[in-house]
Design a protein. Structure first.
Length: 490
């Protein structure tokens, strides 16, 4: 009983060592060997601090407790550990003390226990408990785990897996009903940085799809939706002010959307007379332009003065490109590039009225060309061709045109977009009309009754093109596209 193996703790004997190590007494000096001297100074009666961050890690039969808040603190000599089977400090019992900051408690498997700790000062003064509520620990049963092993076939009614590595291929046929549903996945979702597929994603419901900020086709908030809403499939990509919508019901909508004419360097070409406007991309810093004026028309084959019918060809009109500070050709003009029209051929620019030679070709422009006479029309700003002569008899008024109609001027260069420019307005000039042809009566002594005066050829209409060599073509709005199609006769 004195050593504490049997009986009650109150019957256990106390040794000199117990008293000296507890700080209650000291061994006497050389003159009083074998005597005890009581210690009257019991030390500071200040309570130690409160332990913090108590954690409890349970295995099958052990609970490892750890805490902080008293390491090397002068008022912390030991830590008392308390345990209860309910979360009530009033029912907790002292299960041990330690001078360390960890403690291992041995308990039964499949049990739940609650723990508290408090510090004891060198003077034996207890401090506050770490918390009112206990820190729980649940030990496992033997059925909760299987040691490392290879299992060929297993039937498990309920399985909770903290970590799993599947080295083979998991297919839908290996899952009940051939389908992996959200209730089989924690938090009703699959999270992945990247999913690589070789096949299709099929949405079975009438309200389903891929969502990026939008939840349906009709959602007006910024984002994107690809899928079905009420059985109608389509997509909707938009910001708060613009977007693109298309669905299987045939509805297509472009709201404040600008389109590009093509890839970098792809030109927007305007070969027909008229005025056109392009809104320029904000990332465009330089534009390649070609501006060609309308070609001049050729005179007709007449050689006599009126009323016998020699008529001049008209000059072509200029083409131009203008930069504007606002969208759609509005605001201030920030720069202009103009290509003049070609000169028409003066009336009577012909050879002998007895010559049957061919008429000369109009001058070719930088883009168009013209070969031969016979009153042909020029192309892309080239001059109109002159008609040939006809060897009739003396007095014939049909003679070969021997002066070429002028081609329209060309401006072709890479230009820097003026600061603040948002749009360009383009004007394509018209080719000059050729001198009119007609039949006339020639009397007097020549006996020629009805010589034909051949008409001169028209000059070719002008031409304008613009191209962004870097940023993917010229940005245009839908109205610009419609205007271009209209001008092209489509």
């Amino acid at each position: 009983m004195q050593v504490g193996h049997r009986g009650e703790d109150l019957d256990k004997a106390v040794t000199f060592r117990d008293l000296t190590e507890s700080g209650i007494a000291n061994i006497g000096n050389i003159n009083s060997v074998g005597t005890l001297i009581p210690i009257t100074d019991v030390g500071s009666q200040t309570a130690p601090p409160e332990p913090v961050t108590l954690t409890a890690a349970a295995t099958f039969t052990n609970v490892l407790l750890s805490w902080a808040g008293g390491f090397k603190h002068s008022l912390v000599a030991a830590t008392e550990v308390y345990r209860s089977t309910s979360n009530s400090l009033a029912t907790a019992s002292h299960i041990g003390s330690t001078s360390s900051f960890i403690y291992t408690d041995t308990v039964e498997p499949s049990t739940t226990n609650y723990y508290w700790v408090r510090f004891i000062s060198p003077a034996g003064v207890p401090g506050p408990y770490n918390a009112t509520a206990g820190t729980s620990a649940v030990t496992s049963s033997i059925n909760d785990a299987i040691p490392d092993a290879t299992i060929n076939v297993a039937k498990i009614a309920n399985l909770v897996v903290d970590m799993a590595a599947v080295t083979g291929t998991l297919t839908a046929s290996q899952v009940s009903a051939g389908l992996i549903t959200s209730n089989m996945v924690d938090a009703a979702g699959i999270s992945a940085n990247k999913i690589t597929m070789d096949g299709n994603i099929e949405f079975a419901n009438t309200q389903s799809g891929v969502q990026f900020g939008k939840t349906s086709l009709g959602d007006s908030q910024a984002g994107a939706f690809f899928g079905r809403s009420g059985g109608v499939a389509g997509f909707n990509i938009s910001s708060s002010t613009s977007g693109i919508y298309a669905d299987s019901a045939g509805q297509v909508a472009l709201n404040n959307v600008r389109l590009y004419t093509g890839s970098a360097g792809s030109a927007a070409e305007f070969p027909n007379p008229g005025t056109f406007t392009l809104n320029i991309s904000s990332i465009s810093t330089s534009i390649t332009i070609i501006v060609i004026g309308g070609g001049g028309g050729s005179c007709n084959a007449g050689v006599y003065n009126p009323p016998y019918g020699k008529l001049a060809g008209a000059s072509g009109t200029a083409s131009y490109l203008k930069w504007y500070s606002g969208l759609n050709g509005t605001g201030s003009v920030l720069g202009t590039y103009t290509a003049a029209g070609g000169a028409g051929t003066a009336a009577g620019s012909v050879g002998s009225n007895r010559s049957s030679a061919s008429g000369v070709a109009g001058q070719a422009s930088s883009k168009g060309n013209y070969s031969g006479g016979a009153g042909g029309h020029g192309s892309f700003g080239s001059g109109g061709g002159g008609p040939a002569g006809t060897d009739t008899f003396n007095g014939s008024s049909n003679a070969p045109v021997n002066v070429s109609a002028g081609a329209g001027a060309t401006v072709s260069q890479l230009i820097t977009k003026p600061n603040g420019a948002q749009s360009v307005k383009l004007f394509v000039g018209t080719g000059g009309a050729g001198g009119q042809g007609f039949s006339q009566f020639i009397g007097n002594n020549d006996n020629i009754q009805g010589a034909n005066v051949a008409a001169g050829g028209n000059g070719g209409n002008g031409f304008v093109s613009v191209a962004d060599p870097n940023s993917g073509g010229i940005e245009v709005d839908l109205l610009s596209i419609v205007n271009r199609l209209t001008a092209a006769g489509i």
